[in-house]
Design a protein around this ligand. Sequence first.
Ligand code: OOG
Ligand code: NI
Length: 433
Amino acid sequence: MDRTEPWQLRAAFARRLSDMYGREVPAYTTLLRVAHEVNQEVVARDGAAAERLGSIARVTAERHGAIRLGTPAELAQVATVFAAMGMEPVGFYDLREAASPVPVVSTAFRPVRADELARNPFRVFTSVLTPGDRRFFTADLQARLETFLAGRELFPPALLDLAARAEAESGLSPDDAGRFLDLATAAFELSPEPVDRAWYDELGAVSAVAADIGGVRSTHVNHLTPRVLDIDALYARMTARGTTMIDDIQGPPAWEGPDVLLRQTSFRALAEPRSFRLPDGSVTTGDLRVRFGEVEARGAALTREGRAVYDAAVAEVAAMRLPTAAARQEAAQQVWRRSFPATEEGLFDAGLAYAEHRVVDGRTVRVPVVYEDFLPQSAAGIFASNLSADATTDRSEEGLGLDAAWLAGAVGREVHDPFDLYAAQAAASPAPA
Ligand code: OOG
Ligand code: NI
């Protein structure tokens, strides 16, 4: 009998989420249209070179989403749902330590093998709240928050059963695949259930992210990001169409040298109508800004050495505390010219980026391994730019020592080190002897 394989579930799920998001967040549809236009133009202009970092079919279907969860148990459950689709946890991000601190730690669920990434690279940045962190939450609020979170169910048992079966049997029958996709998509839709106004506002006074996660009885995809081949062109075009983007394109600057890692930009969440339950039991309509839009461009995966150069360059520009996006961009270009080789070959020769070897027209050429992950500073910036208020933190308190090992324990699975995955991918196509 026909089976729907994990990668087919993943591709179908990405399409289902994209359709749902497009129906509910119209600005996303505009973003997709503009991204598509820009990608067509780059392919027409650059030909085969436009597809060096992924076929146009892959790039057109490529999305990442983001979700925020409340507890280690919820994280373990979502790991089962993603495992059904061949998505595994990669990397540990501590956003509590960012310039604009957010009370979460995060990982990304994604396919890890090159052939699976080529089939469909769908990835989900997944954050979990840290209620025990005294820099954000009092002991009293922690206790009430944990009680609230323990009493909700994000993923119905039928979804978890199907997911476990899909993982164990590497796929599902077409009927079960359909049920799995219905339940999985529904689990990430915005819920119509009324929001408890007093509870939401109490958490919101500590952190908008805490309210978004722990103030409601469900989760939702908060953005879905298409990939674009020229993010500067996209930014200009969205702005010209009247969409207010955040000030900066985050990550590396536009410059004449090689594209590395990840560049991202976003537009702020629109106010969406929601029902609220008031303390007297009555229900009213208000609005919340919880779903926003983002777009990304991907470049070469850097080695640990390359990443150290990147982190130092970002820190150097940040330390200048420049007041405008244009000044930051200009400064970053200068720092980049000083810090990075001007060519891809230079990056490879210096051991700063991972290369795959491919035979083109009888010659062996080096091609970058694509960066498939996220950047903590950019992620924290994306959180911050889309919240109505920043977290109020008490820096005199000790933080909770949460690390990659803690995350692996919470997920109940191995959390891959992204550098190991890139190194393995590069080693799979060694230079000819
Ligand atoms: C996640 C923000 C991180 C990215 O692209 O860096 C992210 C969130 O807002 O929940 O998606
Ligand atoms: Ni994102």
